[in-house]
Unconditional design. Sequence first.
Length: 101
Amino acid sequence: MFDKLMEAQQKAGEVKKLLDAITVTGTDEGGKITVNANANKVVQSINIDAGFFKGADKEEIEELLLVAINKAMEQAENVSQSEMAAMTQQMFGGLGGLFGK
């Protein structure tokens, strides 16, 4: 049992490293603001179109920035859930026989 716990911790660490290496992107509908993050939901960069930045007011920039960040975080969550599900399937997929499946 202890071995399985250690294996699970090791796999979780591997998945975290994998998620750190995956880049997701969120962009507002007009494509004026782009946010890059990793799949562990850490924002890596923000790019605001220079022309838009010069002509937009503070509230508009903030609103579109939130849209782009939220889209990036949604993508990160989807990738994270997918990778965690794959890891769980790898670790416990063979246990079906223990329960008569």
